[in-house]
Design a protein around this ligand. Structure first.
Ligand code: NDP
Ligand code: GDR
Length: 343
């Protein structure tokens, strides 16, 4: 029997890797996409097969986490074995500008999807994209038993989603899991997250297209892993005998400054020559240090990260240099190389 999965956020970084993984495992994959005035499927275009063809196993459906009725009818008609809730307003800095929208998508959106599972009456397993941002001000190392202390509207919304997922597990016996994922990055990472902002800047500076990049707090410590490996961990959580919550992390933390240093020196550049400070990139409340303890996932799921933060920085620089070399693509030319000013 072919397994069916439903993914919200399929057009995002993680959604694209997860769709790839599940298609590779023989799944039929259904993804929720938002209607936009321009195409927003660039991360999954390589997976496209004309849905009229018999071999097509990827299907996209318009919808939004703000529209509960649509989620219910969609789930009833697709009847998936697994539901992955990856959709969110996922930018921490932006959540301070748009707290209400973030609460609605990143928080209430999860209960809309859980209710859709319940109301449609389907038998399914549910994955919630929880985050190391839940730990916020609680110092590292952070594990499944570490107390939460959210420090942004984004983290507060994710905290609600964490608990409502757990509540549906306990109240209704739903196979519902929280993956508490530490930062994970890739060449597909959104351009305004710090790693990708840095590696795109390195490529542009190396190519002589740009001279400097404006950054915020360089002292923050993060445990950056490779996104392609983390989606395997999500899938493993839904294959376990019992639903539970798991941390996925590398266990290694470095500062933004160390990431900068590694990325610039990999391209033969000195970061100090090219990095300037702009306070607009600071957050009203910062999360100083996140370093995960992934031992539970290792023991119970057999999952372990193999790419650490420094190797990741080099991998992303190589990818952005290669991407710029085949530039002329309208996408790269239209996005300001230093990133949009808001984030
Ligand atoms: P992205 O920002 O790359 O992707 C977010 C996805 O959510 C996009 O597909 C986006 O669609 C979709 N989306 C946003 N709002 C809505 C909405 N109202 N209705 C339907 N879809 C919507 O995130 P990542 O792939 O990096 O992360 C995946 C999930 O994991 C997110 O929930 C994030 O908060 C969480 N997370 C991420 C971590 C990381 O380090 N990457 C770590 C821990 C948790 P569109 O393309 O149209 O904008
Ligand atoms: P984060 O990721 O907030 O950890 O959330 P981000 O890459 O935005 O920031 C990481 C750290 O870098 C500092 N920083 C900057 N950040 C950005 N974006 N731009 C800058 O110019 C800059 N300068 C310094 C930040 O202050 C911060 O300390 C990500 C998201 O993917 C969330 O959805 C996810 O839940 C968490 O990771 C785990």
């Amino acid at each position: 029997m072919t397994k069916r999965a439903f993914i919200t956020g399929i057009t995002g970084q993680d959604g694209s890797y997860l769709a790839e993984l599940l298609l590779g495992k023989g799944y039929e994959v259904h993804g929720l996409i938002r209607r936009a005035s321009t195409f927003n499927t660039s991360r999954i275009d390589h997976l496209y097969v004309d849905p009229h063809e018999a071999e097509a196993r990827l299907f996209l459906h318009y919808g939004d986490l703000g529209d509960g009725a649509r989620l219910t009818t969609l789930l009833a008609s697709i009847n998936p074995d697994e539901v992955y809730n990856l959709a969110a307003q996922s930018h921490v800095r932006v959540s301070f500008d748009e707290p209400e929208h973030t609460a609605d998508t990143t928080g209430t959106g999860s209960v809309r999807l859980l209710e859709a599972v319940r109301m449609s009456g389907i038998e399914t397993r549910f994955y919630q994209a929880s985050s190391s941002e839940l730990y916020g001000a609680t110092p590292p190392p952070q594990s499944e038993t570490t107390p939460f202390y959210p420090r942004s509207p984004y983290a507060a919304a994710k905290l609600y989603s964490f608990w409502i997922t757990k509540n549906y597990r306990e109240a209704y016996g739903l196979f519902a899991t929280n993956g508490i994922l530490f930062n994970h990055e890739s060449p597909r990472r959104g351009e305004t997250f710090v790693t990708r902002k840095i590696t795109r800047a390195v490529a542009a500076i190396k190519a002589g297209r740009q001279d400097h990049v404006y950054m915020g707090n360089l002292d923050a410590v993060r445990d950056w892993g490779y996104a392609a490996e983390y989606v395997e961990g999500m899938w493993r959580m839904l294959q376990a005998d019992e639903p539970d919550d798991y941390v996925l992390a590398t266990g290694v933390g470095i500062t933004v400054r160390e990431f900068l240093e590694t990325a610039f020196s990999h391209a033969g550049l000195q970061w100090q020559d090219h990095v300037r400070f702009d306070e607009r990139y600071l957050r009203p409340t910062e999360v100083d240090a996140l370093i995960g303890d992934p031992s539970k996932a290792e023991q119970k799921l057999g999952w372990k990260a193999t790419v650490g933060p420094l190797e990741l920085a080099r991998l992303m620089v190589d990818a952005d240099i290669a991407a710029l070399e085949c530039a002329g693509t309208p996408w790269i030319d239209r996005v300001p190389l230093s990133g949009w000013p808001v984030a």
